[in-house]
Design a binder for this molecule. Sequence first.
Ligand code: AHR
Length: 624
Amino acid sequence: TTVTISATASHPIPSTMWGQMFEDISMVTPGTSAALAGWKALNGNITVVADSTPVSSALPNALQLTISPGNANAVGFANTGNSGINVVPHTTYKASFYYRFQTASKFRGNFIVSLQDSAGTILNSQKVSISGSQTTWKQVKVSLNTNITPGSTNNMFAITVDGNSAAGETINFAMLSLFPPTFKNRENGMRADIAQALADMKPSFFRLPGGNNLEGQTFDTRWQWNNTLGALADRPGRLGDWGYVNTDGLGLMEYLNWCEDLGMEAIMAVWAGYSLSGTSLPEDQLAPYIQQAIDQINFVIGDPKKSEAAALRASLGHPKPFPLTYVEVGNEDFFAASSYIYRWHDFVTAMQAEFPNIHFIATSDTFSPILSPNPTEYDVHVYQTPTWFAQNSFFYDGFEVAQWDQIFRGIRASFPYRIYINKFKGEYAAISTNPNNIFGSPSQGRLTFPTMQSSAGEAAFMTGLERNSDIVFAASYAPLLGHVTNNQWTPNLLAFDAGSVYRSTSYYVQQLFSLNRGDEYLPSTLPEQLGTVFWSVVRNTSPKEVIIKISNTASSASTLTFILPFKNVASKGSLQLLTGAATSSNTPTNPNLLAPVTSTIVTGQTFNYTAPAVSVNVITIKAS
Ligand code: AHR
């Protein structure tokens, strides 16, 4: 196959092209009485009570410790983390909690706040003196730092008292927290290793806060921006859409700081009157929710002198507005297309009046239903098989014409032109090898981790997104993060457990496209639509270089001849190659099986390149 590359760029690569989609999705709460999941009593009794004087109106409940007489041991409770706590020696862990005695007593003693291994061996502890007269809430903050290397990540954060002297006491606890050092040492920030892996992708946008998790199973359990801000004790949390409680410790301000730390733009969703259980709010009840959406946007970009929401942002340490160009209205509203007609209309009309420069992204099917005001952007999601992704590399080359023709059938049916309704590929992933049961279980073909084949399929599709990036302005794989065992969805871009983060082959594909995004698209001989080898070509204007991305989805190698239209083409270029057996994956037991390898290859104005079987290839050549 000969690929002739044009010297004239067809369009710039949008600055938002490759990014990340995030929602709180990966955590299983064992059992149904979720509140004590992850907690265990150490010699005493613990229960959850509705506190008569709660620590805050947001947190009405307390963890209650009762110390029965006749117990000479350390009595208390421990938290076992999200399937473990990684305790790294010579590292400072910040612990904090509130406590109060249920009734006043003469007791005087100490809390022992500790990190323990699974056998109960204390790795490090701090003594905090306490008095039974403390019947109002008091916050304790301690730092823990051990020089012991525990044998596993099955460690615990524990609080105990002496069983003898505290016998008969009842102590309530609330808002317990343990933090390792965070990414960029942000207060209440991100786990450093996961954050670093995300940062290494150099994403240009961050879609938040969902996904389904925006919507709530009911109107009342929707994600609400204003409930996710300020002191942790003032965040009520909510029952998220994936069956467990979200603490909202990772709230809107944390999201925005995170975007700032990584130089990303937020693509932020507002709730749009639909809950996942399938009900839409009637039109005459939308007004307060529209106002809540306007306040949410003002929190991000408003003027603190003019808007209370913006003043709140300033009070949280960020008087300057954050960048915000795109606001998504709901999520997957094709599920409630008929009510979206009035919901879109009422939300967008009001928000546009307030924020004329914001682009509002629709989430129903393109042109179905016809919406007013006319959307300029749609978010389109797809979860499919690796084969589907490869065979739909041309999805956006003909999509608009086909849709438009369908609407004006008979009037303009044969008039070929391209209309520029911008597309946000807000979620996509090859998740199953079974086209008849995409969302089934692993035994039915569902992938647990991305495979080389699924990632090559996504890469084939992404060459199409790049070629059509005059209409596809942004794209993000989903979901982004999944705990290795505690999850509701596989595969995920990054898997993690208490101690490690595992980069998948799809992660490397996203990273290869993001780090080599170029700034202009160079048209070239098109691949065969239903073939197995796909490519796209971009260039950087400074330094002047051509970047060729190739996905070979076939089980045999394929040789391509490239003809470059430039006079000065370097005789050597760099190759980044990700390849491996079709069904192989990076897994916790073999996390580094597959990763891109960089080498030098022979290039020139005309050169041959052989893309190995099931491979993603990025060739960079100095050319002017
Ligand atoms: O990414 C997982 C889920 O898939 C998202 O929450 C939802 O938008 C989509 O259906």
